[in-house]
Design a protein around this ligand. Structure first.
Ligand code: HAM
Length: 417
């Protein structure tokens, strides 16, 4: 027998019987984003690799180990996007959106790619729903971004999602803190894993992303970034916290939250949920006030987040109840003449917006009634040779089991049903 092909490792199909829940979340997001003033943007899935090395950072796990990057036929270095923020900023700059949009608040829904070891809640193709709010420096803008994210969790019955926040401070603060951390960890460098030894020299903040137990133990007593902020950044963080409280959003300050992407400055946050296992971050984001300049634009503050849709589905699977659409009428057709009548009836019914289904070429009425049962249709319209001879159709209500005859010419007159 010919060998069947399977999806690639870490990639999967989202099947028709699950799609209702995905669409429920996507539609809830679209509604909320419209309400909060976000416009949709769709960026390409492939980008120049340099976009990600320059934004996410050379020394990060994503760039070093997880990017699907390769050379195209023209020997150009390209990559499947591992995240949405850098492409959105590239599109913002390339299309001069700052001049074209009075307010630049953007959202996206789509697949991202990271070559990670697959496990529950972690795949190589996954989906994000994200927003990027560009141009606002105020701490209340951070609160507004977090507010729309938390509303989305509420809409998906995940009111118990937990928000953790921290602040990394401005670029200057980050540099200053890196020095403090270097000094504090100097005596323990030899205990760190090989990767972290390199990180210690090149990009010390990334040590916080390490899952190695010894590294984590070393970091347990490490200095906390939010305790070393300049007065301006300390004040900004304080106002974000006050703002969150003012709009009734519960949060916890997580002093070791630094996020695995280099572009963050100031507020960073992560949302976790108890239904998830070790991969418990269902969303994450923060401020990235230096990125737009880093990618060639004017200094412009910005803040955003991305919800991992796959993880949202895992956490909320039993709670999301999409509305089921029921087939209004199933045409049980028997014989070629009935099929011919059926195709005309379908056209007429669909033209009226009636949800209808049939099974052309069926061998028996019994099998069609069984199929109609499995499809949980509301009613069946039976047309066989006998019915055609009598110029009628038999209409059976599948809930009450009542049957009545209607004239064939009136079969699509739904008010007679
Ligand atoms: P991130 O933390 O790398 O941030 O990803 C955001 C979310 O995407 C995670 O919290 C998780 O739910 C989901 N996610 C990430 N990797 C995987 C994976 N391999 N499998 C399944 N889900 C995954 C970003 O991507 C930033 N661009 C977020 C952002 C937007 N910051 C500012 N604006």
């Amino acid at each position: 027998m010919t060998k069947k092909l399977a999806a690639l490792k870490g990639m999967r199909d989202i099947l028709p019987y699950d799609i209702g829940k995905w669409r429920y979340a996507e539609e809830a997001a679209r509604k909320l984003f419209a309400n909060f003033g976000y416009a949709e943007i769709r960026t390409p899935i492939l980008e120049e690799t340099a976009l990600f090395t320059r934004s996410i950072g050379e020394g990060t796990e994503i760039v070093q180990k997880q990017m699907f990057s390769f050379k195209d036929r023209g020997e150009r270095d390209i990559a499947l996007r591992p995240e949405g923020t850098a492409p959105v900023v590239r599109a913002y700059l390339e299309n001069g959106l700052d001049m074209k949009m009075p307010i630049c608040k953007l959202f996206y829904i789509g697949p991202m790619f990271r070559s990670e070891r697959p496990q529950a809640g972690r795949s190589r193709q996954f989906y994000q729903i994200g927003v990027e709010s560009i141009g606002f420096n105020s701490p209340q803008a951070d609160v507004d971004v977090i507010a729309v994210m938390m509303k989305l969790f509420e809409a998906c019955s995940l009111e118990d999602a937990e928000l953790n926040i921290n602040s990394l401070g401005c670029e200057k603060d980050k540099k200053h803190f890196e020095q403090i951390l270097k000094e504090a960890l100097a005596a323990d460098v030899k205990r760190l894993c090989e990767d972290c030894k390199k990180r210690y020299d090149k990009n010390i903040l990334r040590i916080f992303d390490c899952k190695n137990e010894t590294c984590r133990a070393v970091l347990h007593a490490a200095p906390k970034v939010a305790e070393h902020l300049c007065p301006e950044c300390r004040m900004h963080f304080e106002k974000v916290r006050e703002g969150l409280t003012a709009v009734g959003i519960k949060y916890r300050v997580e002093p070791f939250l630094v996020r695995g992407l280099d572009y963050y400055t100031g507020t960073v946050f992560e949302v976790t949920h108890k239904n998830l296992g070790s991969q418990d971050a269902v969303a994450a984001g923060g401020r990235y006030d230096g990125l737009i300049q880093e990618l060639g634009g004017e200094p412009t503050p910005a803040c955003g987040f991305a919800v991992g849709l796959d993880r949202l589905m895992l956490a909320a699977a039993d709670r999301i109840k999409p509305q089921e659409t029921r087939i209004e009428v199933f045409l049980a057709l028997l014989g070629e003449e009935a099929d011919k009548l059926g195709i005309k009836l379908l056209k007429e019914l669909r033209g009226k917006g009636v949800l209808c289904e049939t099974c052309f070429g069926a061998k028996s009425l019994k099998s069609q009634m069984r199929l109609a049962d499995r499809l949980k249709v509301k009613r069946v319209l039976i047309i066989g040779e006998d019915e055609i001879a009598k110029d009628i159709a038999v209409l059976r209500d599948m809930d009450t089991k009542e049957q009545k005859e209607i004239k064939l010419k009136d079969a699509a007159d739904t008010h007679l049903w």
